[in-house]
Design a protein around this ligand. Structure first.
Ligand SMILES: Nc1ncnc2c1ncn2[C@@H]1O[C@H](COP(=O)(O)OP(=O)(O)OP(=O)(O)O)[C@@H](O)[C@H]1O
Length: 239
């Protein structure tokens, strides 16, 4: 089954065509990456897919249903979730409360406590359940945001630059967690990131944006060799 389908999606800000006729799909339990240079429209695309921003045209289908005009919280109830580029957590309460709140808000209240324990263990944060968020390391906060997104038991999660600010061993931990999401959480992943090690390490397919348009898509090894992608990233002289 196709979990997510963007069809001719557009968002214009005055004369700026931030997202300009973007179409792609994400299959069941698939990990698809969206990459592109700064300002190519990645964050705007995530906002359109999740309903945080209104499309100027085109449509979004989730699990066969047209959700283009559906409010973000309703999309969460239907099984979509997202993380944000910047850290968005309740800093003055503990890690467990952050995850429990997300589960409760999504209508998973009956077993939100158990679900929180389970989600924290999934991202490798068991043992820090009672720690205040402000006392966590940067990596722990990034992993906690994924646990929060998974607390609504989504069947599709949009990860907006989840590994920002991580490298080396920390990045390896993040890669391991994202790779395990489809099989262990029965959930598809749309991963938006600049980090080539991350997207090459986890994605089955890539969609490349430039100036709001899809300029290439396919398996990572193919996309990496595509002259249009090399030009978009490194300039015409690099091709
Ligand atoms: N609210 C807005 N009003 C006007 N222009 C906007 C708005 N949001 C985004 N843009 C413009 O749309 C284009 C795409 O921006 P967007 O943030 O989606 O790109 P991005 O690929 O996520 O960039 P980055 O990698 O730097 O996060 C840019 O030219 C940006 O300046």
């Amino acid at each position: 089954m196709t979990m997510l389908e963007a069809d001719g999606l557009r968002r214009h800000f005055g004369g700026v065509k931030a997202v300009d006729g973007v179409s792609f799909t994400v299959g069941e339990r698939e990990i698809v990456g969206v990459i592109g240079p700064n300002g190519s429209g990645k964050s705007t695309l995530v906002s359109l897919l999740m309903g945080n921003n209104r499309a100027s045209g085109g449509s979004v289908r989730f699990a066969g249903r047209d959700v283009t005009r559906v409010a973000p919280h309703r999309r969460v109830h239907l099984g979509m979730a997202r993380t944000f580029q910047e850290t968005r957590l309740f800093g003055d309460v503990d890690a467990t409360s952050n995850v429990t709140l997300a589960g409760t808000e999504a209508g998973r209240g009956t077993d939100a406590g158990q679900l929180a324990t389970d989600c924290l263990a999934f991202v490798g944060l068991d043992g820090i359940e009672g720690a205040a968020v402000d006392d966590l390391t940067h990596l722990q906060q990034r992993l906690l945001m994924i646990a929060v997104a998974l607390a609504s038991r989504p069947s599709l999660v949009l990860l907006d630059e989840p590994a920002v600010g991580t490298a080396g061993e920390e990045l390896s931990r993040m890669i391991d967690v994202i790779r395990r999401i489809p099989a262990e959480r029965d959930c598809s992943v749309l991963l938006i990131d600049h980090n080539m090690r991350l997207v090459m390490g986890v994605c089955e397919r890539l969609v490349v944006l430039d100036f709001g348009k899809v300029i290439a898509s396919g398996p990572p090894a193919e996309v990496r060799e595509d002259p249009r992608v090399i030009e978009a990233y490194f300039g015409a002289e690099a091709v």
